[in-house]
Design a binder for this molecule. Structure first.
Ligand SMILES: [Fe+2]
Ligand SMILES: [Fe+2]
Length: 264
């Protein structure tokens, strides 16, 4: 794949996505060929690194080898965890084994669950108590909760200056054929997003409650945890997709009091 002036091999390479001075964002993998592949990202700020959506334990080896292309592993000092699912968070077990000083950033609702990976104590950054994080460079991340999208405690990252949203499972896509960035027809991409959203996202109400966060925020890129990255030309279409999404409990049948009268 060609991006900027560079040709990348997605099987092995870390891909530089965004850069502003000594602050940059990379795609770190995965090399899995499963239909539900994990996107792992790295935010590098000077000599410090934060892994976003650290992926599953199976991804750990390839994550390390790709990060080594960019910076020493010992300089990774933060892990961000969108929610507790193993595909997005179980890699924390290996990260904390390697470096117990890594700070884990997530919501309190997720933190009580990921403790059950049996990792003992770790430094915890509570996104509810501290809704933003400022890097040494002055770049700022805002943590935006996305309840029931799909986990009750899920939390996304909005990168304030790069106007980029690390959306976790929101705008995730499932497909055999896959491009790092949505290039062609967005309607075709919608089909791959439907495979995920119909079953995994709670409801249209939850989707709209998430979307309202972006009333006054410009979004230039969406970096989901599965499937292709969505760039500016498709962001509006992606938002309209969520606005109109029918999923999860939208398909539930209304159950009347009468039907439940067996409890009386
Ligand atoms: Fe998930
Ligand atoms: Fe996921």
């Amino acid at each position: 794949m060609k991006l900027g002036n560079r040709e990348y091999n997605l099987k092995t390479d870390a891909v530089l996505l965004l850069q502003k001075g000594n602050h940059s964002v990379y795609w770190i993998g995965t090399d899995s060929e499963a239909v539900l592949r994990n996107n792992i990202y790295l935010i590098k700020d000077g000599d410090e690194g934060m892994v976003v959506d650290c992926g599953s334990r199976d991804d750990f080896k390839s994550t390390l080898s790709r990060i080594r292309q960019i910076m020493p592993i010992r300089n990774i000092n933060r892990l961000f965890i969108n929610h507790q699912d193993p595909d997005v968070s179980s890699g924390m077990v290996d990260w904390l084994k390697l470096n117990p000083n890594i700070e884990v950033i997530t919501s309190p609702n997720i933190n009580v669950l990921i403790k059950h990976y049996g990792v003992g104590d770790y430094k915890y950054f509570n996104t509810q108590r501290n809704p933003s994080l400022t890097f040494k460079s002055g770049e700022i991340l805002d943590f935006i909760p996305s309840p029931f999208m799909h986990s009750p405690g899920a939390v996304t990252i909005y990168h304030r200056t790069l106007k980029t949203l690390f959306s976790g499972d929101i705008w995730a896509a499932i497909a055999m054929e896959w491009d790092l960035i949505v290039k062609g027809d967005f309607d075709e991409h919608i089909e791959s997003m439907d495979f995920f959203h119909t079953d995994y996202i709670a409801s249209n109400k939850a989707s709209r409650n998430f979307l309202i966060n972006f009333k006054d925020k410009e979004v230039n890129n969406i970096f989901p945890q599965h499937g292709s990255i969505i760039t500016k030309k498709n962001v509006k279409k992606a938002m309209r997709y969520l606005r109109d999404l029918k999923c999860g409990t939208d398909f539930f049948k209304e159950i009347s009091d009468e039907e439940l009268s067996f409890m009386n």
